[in-house]
Design a protein around this ligand. Structure first.
Ligand code: GRF
Length: 217
């Protein structure tokens, strides 16, 4: 069965902070065939909202603190996202744990970027934890979002070497450089119809995604 993929692909991007990954996607939107219909933040002071405004992209703030519980917040969030009818939802530093119902609503059409070589270091403070663990390598992963936090099928990872004098900040800076390369790459695959989620497996060109790894020092 052939599926028609709208071009450019309508996308909604969720942020909570700086939005440097959002910026990488704004900068390459035409090239990778996406139309960023809206940026949604749970924080009114997220710098990414200024990036969206500068690019002429609609944005909304949905403050999670205004909602009674996670489920009520997620319902409001989903209603706002669906208003824009995206084919893909991109989590770009969106710092909220999502309900299973929300995740399942976007299953196979929601990506996240996590600053570690998944499955290592799920959760927060990944750079410091990698240093503390004496790891030689660290990195970043793009994955499909499934109900398990930071546990969905990996699409692409980039590796960086941990140097002896690295701090969490110096390591994070090198990881972020890679984030801005691999996230647009993953989105480009999705836009081209090459990347799908099938039976809890990320597929590229109809085959299970190989251990795609970009290697940097
Ligand atoms: C990135 O490190 C990303 O991996 C993590 O949150 C951070 C977002 O950074 N999920 P930015 O807001 O895109 O600059």
């Amino acid at each position: 069965m052939s599926q028609t993929i709208p071009q450019p692909l309508p996308v909604v991007i969720l942020i909570s902070g700086s939005g440097s990954n959002l910026q990488a996607l704004i900068d390459r939107a035409a090239e990778i065939g996406i139309e960023i219909r809206a940026v949604i933040s749970n924080k009114a002071d997220a710098y990414g909202l200024q990036r969206a405004a500068k690019a002429g992209i609609a944005s909304t703030v949905i403050d999670h603190r205004q909602y009674e519980n996670r489920s009520a917040f997620d319902s409001a969030l989903a209603a706002q996202i669906d208003h824009y009818q995206p084919a893909l939802v991109v989590l770009a530093g969106f710092m909220r744990i999502l309900t299973e119902e929300f995740v399942n609503h976007y299953l196979g059409r929601m990506l996240n970027i996590h600053p570690s070589l998944l499955p290592d270091f799920q959760g927060l403070n990944t750079h410091q934890r990698a240093i503390d663990a004496g790891a030689q390598q660290h990195g970043v992963s793009v994955h499909f979002v499934t109900p398990e936090l930071d546990g969905g099928p990996v699409v692409i990872r980039a590796t960086v070497e941990i140097k002896a004098n690295d701090t969490a900040d110096s390591l994070a800076a090198r990881v972020q450089t890679q984030e801005h390369i691999i996230y647009p790459q993953a989105v480009a695959w999705f836009t081209a119809g090459r990347l799908t989620l099938q039976s809890a497996q990320a597929m590229l060109d109809g085959e299970p995604v190989p251990q795609l790894e970009r290697q940097y020092t």
